[in-house]
Design a protein around this ligand. Structure first.
Ligand SMILES: [Zn+2]
Length: 193
């Protein structure tokens, strides 16, 4: 046992990893929204929840009689990264499908995103010049900068659809979000038959 072992589910009495059937009864998660961590884009999850309907966001904690947080009412989870790129969120799709049961993955790219100030080549070259480090093969190159919003959204939805980390039944949506008006525009959707 290490210092924080008591806080691991796998160490709880009665918990068996091999029969664990997921945590949807504790948190009814069904939608993962991937967007940029730009603070001006912080209202994206709420806008997506309203657009999709039938979502609970932000929701609230569910407490047991001792006050422990044993669940939450939220259905829509959020992953943020630079640009809101799907390539950097693949692990989350796979692990959240293991723990919950992902039904929708939503990618949102926003107006005046910082990743429209650069190109993938510039990022790689400048990093090399400043730090003598080669990052050219570390990342999906097309995900390093947004060169065109429709192209970036279609790229991310196509990448998700072709990835083994994304179960084939999952519905995919790509939106453009205008940060000043808060307007959400659907650009692409891929709903399996
Ligand atoms: Zn951004």
């Amino acid at each position: 046992m290490s210092k924080f072992s008591d806080y691991e589910y796998r160490k709880q009495p009665g918990f068996d990893m091999n029969t664990f059937e997921g945590a949807n009864q504790a948190i009814p998660m069904k939608t993962l929204v991937i967007h940029c961590f730009d603070p001006r884009a912080a209202e994206i999850p709420k806008a997506v929840a309203e657009y999709l309907g039938d979502e609970v966001y932000p929701g609230e904690n569910i407490l047991d009689e001792s006050g422990n947080r044993v669940g939450h009412t939220r259905t829509l989870f959020v992953e943020t990264n630079a640009g809101g790129r799907a390539a950097f969120a693949l692990e989350s799709v796979a692990s959240m499908d293991y723990i919950f049961s992902v039904q929708n993955v939503v990618v949102v790219h926003h107006s005046f995103c910082g990743t429209t100030t650069l190109t993938p080549e510039l990022l790689i070259e400048e990093f090399h010049d400043h730090y003598h480090a080669d990052i050219s093969t570390l990342f999906d190159r097309d995900s390093l900068a947004i060169m065109d919003f429709e192209t970036s959204l279609k790229h991310d939805i196509a990448m998700l659809r072709s990835s083994p980390a994304v179960p084939k039944h999952i519905k995919l949506y790509g939106f453009f979000y205008e940060i000043s008006s808060g307007k959400l525009t659907e650009v692409v959707r891929d709903i399996p038959a």
